[in-house]
Design a protein around this ligand. Structure first.
Ligand SMILES: N[C@H](CCC[C@H](N)C(=O)O)C(=O)O
Length: 287
């Protein structure tokens, strides 16, 4: 089929966005992977599919596919691109929409200054629901959070890292580092992503505390690798830092591709993600 798509990004986390309402989209994982391929396809971190909702009370359904072709539960930067896309395509006249995702309902809102704020829902903090297998591990209390020791095999040597585990609908393992520029993201990111204690794999966050309202963050994303920004990763890092008593809401998150802002009033409360969304170009591809 000749597929129409829009290339977008949110703080450098890039997407192929597809109108699945006016196009009949039934792709295999291999086709999703091809769309994300930076040499043989269009190239993106994730592919976002816009559909009619199947849940009552929602305006749209939002499906997310990583560059490896796997469908996932949530994408924070993608939710901002989503609301900009449906507005630009005339699929809605609303500036605030409710969107059905695999992880539940989110509510992105187009602000007057062009930025977008998304109610990402409440974080899930129980390890078993992240999911993280904490069996036979002794969590180390740090403020209101538990830090879990994760053993990594780094080039024959065994190294223990201390992580917080948070789900924003998708799983995150967040650690504090002294300097994100020298953090071993390329080396330990893949080891954490596929660690046996994460049955669904995990996004690995590396957070540098600048001050109580400001962090720098790099994320090795599940199914992609390091991205220039990760919206749910920024949510998870801010939640972990606030729970540990290291941060106070709101938190400015400096990612390599741009700035995000997170606010969270505490357990059981929704996390709000604010940031940019940019339309880069429109395209067509035979797939
Ligand atoms: N790689 C993530 C999905 C995209 C998350 C990220 N791009 C965001 O903005 O939240 C996962 O497998 O859970």
């Amino acid at each position: 089929m000749k597929l129409k798509f829009t290339k977008m990004h949110g703080a450098g986390n890039d997407f192929v966005v597809i109108d699945g309402i006016n196009q009949d989209i039934r792709f295999t994982p291999e086709q999703w992977k091809l769309l994300g391929d930076r040499r043989f396809g269009v190239g993106a971190d994730q592919i976002l599919l816009v559909e009619k909702p199947t849940a009552a009370g929602c305006d749209f359904r939002y499906r997310i596919f990583n560059a490896d072709g796997g469908e996932v539960e949530q994408c924070g930067n993608g939710s901002r691109a989503f609301v900009k896309f449906v507005a630009e395509k005339g699929l809605t006249s609303q500036r605030s929409i409710t969107v059905q995702t695999k992880a539940g309902i989110i509510a992105p809102r187009l602000e007057d200054d062009g930025s977008i704020t998304v109610d990402m829902g409440a974080p899930v903090l129980e390890p078993a629901r992240v999911p993280f297998d904490a069996e036979n591990l002794q969590g180390q209390p740090q403020g209101g959070d538990l830090l879990w020791p994760l053993m990594l095999e780094l080039g024959g040597a065994r190294e223990e890292v201390l992580i917080s585990v948070v789900s924003m609908g998708n799983p995150h393992a967040v650690q504090v580092v002294d300097d994100v520029d020298t953090a071993p993201v390329e080396l330990s990111g893949p080891l954490i992503e596929r660690h046996a204690r994460f049955p669904n794999r995990v996004n690995a966050g590396f957070m540098q505390i600048v001050d109580r309202h400001h962090i720098r963050l790099r994320v090795f994303e599940r199914g992609v690798g390091e991205t220039l920004a990760c919206g749910t990763g920024a949510c998870a890092a801010a939640v972990a830092g606030i729970r540990r008593g290291l941060l106070d809401s709101p938190v400015q998150v400096d990612a390599r591709g741009g700035q995000l802002s997170i606010s969270w009033a505490g357990p059981g409360q929704p996390v709000f993600l604010t940031g940019p969304a940019v339309t880069v170009f429109e395209g067509e591809i035979e797939i």
